[in-house]
Design a protein around this ligand. Structure first.
Ligand code: 5GP
Length: 180
């Protein structure tokens, strides 16, 4: 059986970069592909980044109890298919779920053997400064994001590990220690 790891972190903490670097170094780990109702971003592909579903298709999967967990995030639905996770683990593949903290805590309830890792910013103040520094969002949008970052940090208190992303190298090393 493969092992299951769940990694979460607020947007803007560089979680994607850390996970990609870890995966580059560890070919025995695989990133799970979630389903989502959000629109495809440039460069994204169906079946690679996500399985892009319509609201109707997503609803059907919920009704048929096909999701291990699902959550609404920023007005869109995201879910992890049970079948996907079971297939990977039974093939002996180590799997990483990159999902939000609500979803992660639900996974832990169903699969207590899963290891939960939260990637935290060195400081919330610094993250706030970085978000403001981008000058791409309205004050309202920034406030909304900060509220969601704070609630995710609150949820992370129930995680097995918190990894501070001060540098990518340090964060990857810490994940290697946890998964090794
Ligand atoms: P994005 O739209 O930027 O790709 O992802 C937005 C958020 O949804 C991220 O926090 C990501 O971790 C989370 N997410 C992606 N897939 C899933 C999933 O299957 N379940 C849950 N609960 N969250 C997910």
């Amino acid at each position: 059986m493969g092992r299951l790891f769940v990694i979460s972190g607020s947007s803007g903490v560089g979680k994607g970069t850390v996970i990609n670097e870890f995966l580059r170094r560890h070919s025995d780990f695989k990133l799970s592909i979630s389903c989502t109702t959000r629109g495809k971003r440039e460069g994204e592909e169906h079946g690679v980044n996500y399985f892009f579903l319509s609201q109707e298709e997503f609803k059907k999967c919920v009704e048929n109890n096909e999701f291990l967990e699902w959550a609404e995030f920023s007005g869109n639905c995201y879910g992890t298919k049970k079948e996907f996770v079971e297939n990977c683990l039974s093939k002996g593949e180590n799997l990483i779920l990159e999902i939000d903290t609500k979803g992660a805590l639900n996974v832990k309830k169903i699969m207590p053997e899963a290891t939960l890792i939260f990637i935290a910013p060195p400081s919330v103040e610094e993250l706030e400064a970085r978000l403001r520094g981008r000058h791409t969002e309205t004050e309202e949008a920034i406030q909304k994001r900060l509220a969601s970052i704070k609630s995710e940090i609150e949820n992370s208190k129930q995680y097995d590990y918190v990894v501070v992303n001060d540098t990518v190298e340090n964060a990857v090393k810490k994940i290697e220690e946890i998964t090794g």
